[in-house]
Design a protein around this ligand. Structure first.
Ligand code: UT7
Length: 334
């Protein structure tokens, strides 16, 4: 990295998870499953749910996470240029959730839009946010990963309802002149995955009808075994590739920040990188898979342990298929 060149650093972090805790025990009363199966197959013990009776959508959590960031980072929302909300569960399909979030947090000089790439939404959003900063076009880009997965999960389907949870996390990207922040990326997609992890109805291909509702087509569906196979190899490959291409060995890497879909996928990625488990961020046991929120929720939980200059590898895999890895140098110590 040439010194003096503008890089895009994360300078503040915020998070929000709803209060209600859906434990494995509670799920046992809802579908045919048990704590032992869920724990050994996924590593998940509980997840947070934004209860339907609260009448709130994804923006509610995104706003809370953004406000947490603004408060902790002492940021004036009027200084923010752009708000990106990475999500697969926008409040509504046409009106941009990010536009609403920007207005609600007082980012009156910003524009906002949503970014959708399934569980890789936040990872791909990091690339987008960093590019705006590196180009010199904008100076403060707020990237929020937020999903209310409970709004599209079928709580009679034991193969999906045990995995997902709700939550939101936010990061601020700003210019850096010390060479810290975003370094490199390896991002991929393959449409072969379209039918393995999807929500069939509600889009332009299959609009809502009495039939689609009756046939439960507005819920997320996944062929877990196939997704697992693709996820294990591609996430590990992407992380290994980014290490090789940046001449990083396992000692150089301070942290792996992996998408939280299944502890077995995380372990496989860490093993492939030769990383000790103490360097792997993990909170899947508390939150399950929050889709776009997993990576920023990890940063919020581990922020105090991060040190200026730490080499961090982010990795994710999701529907589409979409996947990849990003190498970033952390820019501050708490
Ligand atoms: O974030 C986006 C990307 N998503 C992912 O990365 C998810 C990837 N997939 C997975 O994490 C795993 O495939 C699952 C956790 C979804 C499932 O684990 P698995 O080890 O692949 O299980 P399986 O689907 O092969 O099912 C094994 C057995 C089956 O029974 P039989 O056919 O062997 O009798 C299932 O019916 O486990 C049964 N089963 C369950 N049993 C208890 C499936 N779900 C459950 C359950 N509780 N919740």
């Amino acid at each position: 990295m040439v010194m003096g060149k503008l890089t895009a650093a994360i300078t503040a972090v915020g998070a929000f998870v709803p209060n209600f805790v859906l434990t494995n025990k509670l799920l046992e009363a809802m579908v045919e499953t048990n704590d032992e199966w869920i724990t050994s197959r996924t590593g998940i013990k509980e997840r947070r749910i934004l209860k339907p009776e609260e009448g709130q959508g994804t923006s509610y959590m995104a706003i809370k996470a953004a406000k947490d960031l603004l408060k902790k980072g002492k940021i004036d929302p009027k200084d923010i240029d752009l708000v990106i909300v990475a999500t697969v569960t926008p409040d509504t399909l046409v009106a941009s959730t990010a536009a609403y979030v920007a207005t609600e947090i007082g980012a009156s000089n910003a524009f906002g839009y949503d970014l959708l790439a399934a569980c890789s939404s936040f990872l791909f959003g990091m690339s987008t946010a960093a590019s705006y900063i590196e180009s010199g076009r904008y100076r403060k880009v707020l990237l929020i990963g937020a999903d209310k997965m409970s709004s599209i999960v079928d709580y009679t389907d034991r193969t999906t309802c045990i995995i997902f949870g709700d939550g939101a996390g936010a990061v601020l990207f700003e210019p850096n002149k010390e060479g810290l922040g975003f370094q490199n990326e390896y991002l991929r997609s393959d449409g072969v995955g379209r039918n393995f992890l999807n929500m069939d109805a509600g889009g332009s291909l299959l609009p809502a009808s009495m039939e689609t509702v009756k046939n439960r087509k507005h819920y997320i569906y996944q062929d877990g075994k196939s997704v697992f196979k693709f996820a294990v190899s591609n996430m590990a490959d992407a992380a290994a590739y980014i290490m090789e291409h940046n001449q990083l060995n396992h000692e150089d890497v301070a942290w792996l920040v992996p998408h939280q879909a299944n502890k077995r996928i995380i372990d496989a990625t860490a093993n492939r990188m030769g990383l000790d488990h103490s360097k792997v961020m993990m909170n899947i046991q508390y939150y399950g898979n929050t889709t776009s929120a997993t990576l920023p929720l990890l940063l919020a939980d581990y922020e105090k342990q991060l040190k200026k200059g730490d080499n961090i590898v982010f990795a994710a895999f999701g529907g589409g298929f979409t996947w990849g890895a990003i190498y970033l140098k952390w820019a501050y110590s708490k």
